[in-house]
Design a protein around this ligand. Structure first.
Ligand SMILES: Nc1ncnc2c1ncn2[C@@H]1O[C@H](COP(=O)(O)OP(=O)(O)OP(=O)(O)O)[C@@H](O)[C@H]1O
Ligand SMILES: [Mg+2]
Length: 213
């Protein structure tokens, strides 16, 4: 199973989400490996800060091929793949191999507009990878604002399924990243940890992954 985080829009939270999803699913006793395909290598730096992640992070800053994921597939390992903020051959190669593409969208009109081309790309890829399923995720929502409340409606206008779970703009994400750990470890009872837990449970339901409680 391959889950990827894609959106050509930069800064929507792809890397933050990918790392926390990886950590959250690892905590559900799933065997997870992480591939960072972004030449920026942010996820790899995270691992370098503190070597306490329970999943392996590989940096493959290039288009990936079937061979790159073959051994994980054979061992039934869940791959979480982070992609760069551009629609190019790297993102395309990841989508070609993905089962679930999570497309984070910040509830701002510019982000919503630029997400359209990511959705179009996914539609093209599905012609050759019919197993691919895409789902939008409200990311970096600003709590207690009208924009935060109405953002979902605007995102639903993209006519693509949206996760029920939403991820807000919270300092816990930034602080945990600085500490080199997930929100689950950094702030176990925080709203960030709760919304990420809810997202991970939804991913498990969506994909039919067999997780232990
Ligand atoms: N939910 C959040 N709450 C607060 N800050 C966040 C959140 N998600 C991401 N950030 C911050 O926003 C910035 C961009 O996040 P991140 O690197 O995860 O996005 P990205 O989509 O991977 O960016 P890029 O497109 O450059 O790869 C980072 O400084 C990160 O700490
Ligand atoms: Mg990133």
């Amino acid at each position: 199973m391959i889950i990827s985080l894609v959106n050509q829009k930069g800064g929507v939270g792809k890397t933050t989400l990918a790392l926390n999803i990886g950590a959250g699913l690892t905590r559900k006793n799933l065997r997870v490996q992480f591939i960072d395909t972004d030449p920026q290598g942010n996820a790899v730096q995270w691992q370098a800060i503190e070597d306490n992640v329970a999943f392996k992070i590989m940096h493959l800053p290039r288009a990936i091929a079937r061979e790159d994921v073959a051994s994980a597939r054979a061992d039934n390992i869940l791959l979480v793949i982070d992609t760069p903020p551009a629609i190019g051959e790297i993102t395309l190669s990841v989508l070609m191999l993905s089962d679930l593409a999570i497309i984070p969208v910040a509830p701002s009109i510019l982000d919503i507009w630029s997400t359209r081309s990511t959705i179009s790309l996914v539609a093209e890829v599905k012609k050759v990878n019919p197993g691919l399923k895409e789902k939008l995720l409200v990311s970096r929502k600003i709590p207690r604002t009208r924009l935060g409340r109405n953002g979902r409606e605007a995102i639903e206008a993209l006519e693509t399924e949206v996760f029920d779970s939403e991820v807000s703009q919270r300092i816990a994400y930034v602080e945990s990243m600085i500490a080199g750990v997930s929100v689950f470890q950094h702030a176990p009872n925080s709203d960030a940890s709760k919304e990420m837990e809810s997202l991970c449970e939804e991913i498990i339901r969506e994909t039919g992954l067999q997780a232990l409680p």
